[in-house]
Design a protein around this ligand. Structure first.
Ligand code: NAD
Length: 483
């Protein structure tokens, strides 16, 4: 299952070049060099994929769940057996440390597939009895052909998180990975072929969002869109898919608060906060980028947090001592750096980091940035309001619980929040008041795949995870039988 220079679309069970024959460059962010070519697919490729999916749907939707389970489980096994190759491809595409790809991204990808392959075996629907009169029962049927579009930050992890429940519930899928990180989706196509997934059940189209992605969203035969990505892209998707009455699940951006009380376990909180700030270079929608610290421990927190941040090793993603690899692209690095300049204009003080890092040898042209901690910014400024999605956090003291909650809720976003305190009553009281789809108390990114996942406000519409995903990918019908 070697990685080829020319990535191919996966349509009707075959690996195909784009209809136009056009490709564009795929960069390795660790070296800043082009290393493969991505199909510049368009509406014609999407059309071909939809036709294949429509042909496959009648048989796949009627295939019994045990057979679907077996095929999906085989795909998961193939990914697991080729862990090293998948992890290497993920690291080259995204710049993330190989230890992250090997221990988080790829394991989670095969877990996602197994999780939904087995979940569908236990999926049941309700009945509602009207005594002496009738019985209602609920049918949950596959929707048909659905679209799954995912971002670059957790490439195969998020791609499979959507595709697996869609396929497990009997849909046929047109999927598009990010054009920044297409390689593991290409490897997934090969795994599906090896596992014997019937032709046309999953089709993977590569290319630019506004072209290939938009063609998926706009296609009249694609009845549902599951999207993860930026809030602005989410708005565009709603504008196209909304008037077409498509079912939509939108997992969008975040600007997540991390509230730290003086009574927390300081060491655990410190380890957790370093992780929530800088894992994957801060390029996780769930990273806590606004840190609110109770004033009585603010100075102690600041000193220790800055010290440990300075200690993080930025560099060669393939070195096992690297904590932070390259940012995903030159454009993204420039965007993150523009926010660091803005933070200073807005009156913030950069306590550490925020500077390009030169890594020697073949990595000299890579996109490396030292992690930054900023203080002295008000909640209303752009640095604290807009998603930076990089290794940048702001720290702010607070005096009262209500003040921390007001600041935590004070942006357009509402994806996740973290609270550090030993006072469990307070933790529960705050959780109730936070505008977020996910709250972590004394932990971060502790995930149980059965739990609902998603955001409120500009962080999204709908929920993924567990039964929520199975419900999203099925159409609910009530049948009422009088007796
Ligand atoms: P993005 O919105 O630029 O792109 C995401 C995907 O959408 C890509 O595949 C892209 O090609 C495609 N796309 C772009 N324009 C499109 C269009 N007009 N029509 C259809 N598809 C289009 O996001 P990104 O930069 O790849 O990812 C970073 C963003 O994703 C951040 O905002 C981050 O918070 C968010 N994110 C959210 C979650 C979540 O679960 N809420 C998880 C991960 C990332």
């Amino acid at each position: 299952m070697a990685t080829d220079k020319y990535i191919k679309n996966y349509i009707n069970g075959a690996l195909l070049p784009p209809d136009s024959g056009a490709y564009f460059d795929n960069y390795n962010p660790a070296t800043g060099k082009v290393y493969s070519q991505i199909p510049d697919s368009d509406a014609k490729d999407v059309q071909l994929a939809v036709e294949a999916a429509e042909r496959a749907f009648p048989a796949w939707s009627k295939t019994d769940v045990n057979t679907r389970f077996r095929i999906l489980a085989r795909i998961a096994d193939i990914i697991e057996q080729n862990l090293e190759e998948f992890a290497k491809a993920e690291t080259i595409d995204s710049g993330k440390p190989i230890k992250t790809s090997t221990t988080i991204d790829i394991p989670r990808a095969h877990q996602n597939i197994r999780f939904f392959a087995t979940a569908v075996l236990h999926f049941a629907s309700e009945s509602h009895h009207m005594p002496g009169e009738a019985i209602n029962y609920t049918l949950r049927q596959p929707i048909g052909v659905v679209g799954c579009i995912s971002p670059w930050n957790l490439p195969l992890y998020l791609f499979t998180w959507k595709i697996a429940p869609a396929l497990a519930t009997g849909n046929c899928v047109i999927a598009k990975p990010s054009e920044m990180t297409p390689m593991t989706a290409f490897l997934l196509a090969k795994a599906c072929m090896e596992a014997g997934l019937p032709d046309g059940v999953l089709n993977i189209i590569h290319g630019y969002g506004p072209k290939a992605g938009q063609a998926i969203v706009a296609h009249p035969k694609i009845k549902a869109i599951s999207f993860t990505g930026g809030t602005e892209t989410g708005k565009k998707i709603i504008q196209t898919a909304g008037p077409m009455f498509k079912k939509m699940s939108l997992e969008l951006g975040g600007k997540n608060p991390n509230i730290i009380f003086a009574d927390c376990d300081f060491d655990e909180m410190m380890i957790g906060t370093l992780r929530s700030s800088f894992t994957n270079n801060g390029q996780i929608c769930l990273c806590g980028s606004r840190i609110y610290v109770e004033r009585s421990i603010y100075d102690k927190f600041k000193t220790e947090f800055v010290k440990r941040t300075r200690f993080l090793k930025v560099g060669d993603p393939f070195s096992t001592v690297t904590d932070m690899g390259a940012l995903v692209s030159k454009a993204h690095m420039e965007k993150v750096m523009s926010y660091l300049a803005l933070a200073e204009v807005e009156g913030g003080t950069i306590l550490c980091g925020g500077k390009p890092v030169k890594v020697k040898g073949e990595y000299e042209e890579g996109y490396y940035l030292s992690p930054a901690v900023i203080e002295g910014l008000p909640i209303g400024c752009r640095t604290n309001q807009e998603e930076i999605f990089g290794p940048v956090v702001t720290i702010t003291p607070f005096d009262k619980e209500e003040e921390a909650i007001a600041m935590a809720n004070g942006t357009q976003f509402g994806l996740s929040a973290t609270v550090w305190t030993k006072d469990i009553t307070r933790a529960n009281r705050i959780s109730e008041q936070l505008h977020a789809g996910i709250v972590w108390i004394n932990c971060w990114l502790l995930r149980d795949l059965r739990t609902p996942f998603g955001g409120v406000k500009a962080s999204g519409v709908g929920r993924e995870g567990g039964l929520e995903a199975l419900r999203f990918f099925t159409e609910t019908k009530n049948v009422c039988v009088k007796y």
